[in-house]
Ligand binder design. Structure first.
Ligand SMILES: [Zn+2]
Length: 206
């Protein structure tokens, strides 16, 4: 898999999604507030829409995988265990509200390592789908970075840019390409609910 090859021939998926089973959601700037190279659990802060979005996914019967680029590990800025402490804090905040996620998948590499997992590479998404027992084509992507959206477009699944985190930097680019831009993760969850509802209306015998 090449990472050099994210030319502009990728395009958003505008046809109705295949059956959505798994939500691939970014961590920093999407589920929690973006802090550069976050490694302190005390700096973990959920967005107001985070818990309601996870409730929406649960109600819809969707599984959720967090997929996150953590190049701070590869850069030596923090360790795997620092990142795990941040994740554990986030999961504790979820658990306190009776919600959760099904897995957290991360890429520890720097861009220079040219791995296949760093978004917009599709390796993390593939790994999450494999481990949770789904076809990667039955996913939907939510993130605040163009790399999230490009990853989803490469897979060929609906991809939703949120305007929290870095989202404002990329909203014009995503809109221009015909992609989906919403305010935050809760609005993304409501979009997904609409996609699922319209898909099931088209195939009442499903
Ligand atoms: Zn990687």
């Amino acid at each position: 898999m090449s990472h050099e090859n994210f030319s502009h021939n990728e395009s958003p998926t505008n046809h109705l999604p295949k059956r959505i089973a798994l939500v691939l959601v970014d961590r920093d700037g999407t589920l929690i507030e973006r802090v550069d190279y976050l490694s302190d659990p005390n700096q973990v802060k959920l967005f107001p829409g985070t818990i309601p979005s996870l409730r929406t996914f649960a109600k819809l019967g969707l599984r959720v995988a967090v997929i996150t680029n953590q190049s701070g590990i590869g850069r030596g800025l923090y360790s795997d265990s620092d990142m795990n402490a941040v994740n554990d804090r986030m999961l504790a905040l979820f658990q306190a509200e009776g919600v959760g996620v099904d897995g957290i998948f991360y890429c520890p590499h720097t861009p220079d390592e040219h791995c296949s997992c760093r978004k917009p590479g599709t390796g993390l998404a593939q790994n999450a789908a494999d481990q949770l027992g789904f076809d990667v084509e039955h996913t939907v992507v939510i993130g605040d970075n163009i790399s999230d959206i490009e990853m989803g477009w490469q897979i060929g699944v609906p991809s939703i840019l949120v305007q929290t985190g870095l989202g404002n930097e990329f909203k014009d680019q995503v809109k221009l390409a015909g992609g989906i831009v919403v305010a935050d993760i809760l609005q993304a969850a409501l979009q997904i609910e609409k996609m699922i509802t319209s898909t099931s209306m088209e195939s009442p015998d499903a």
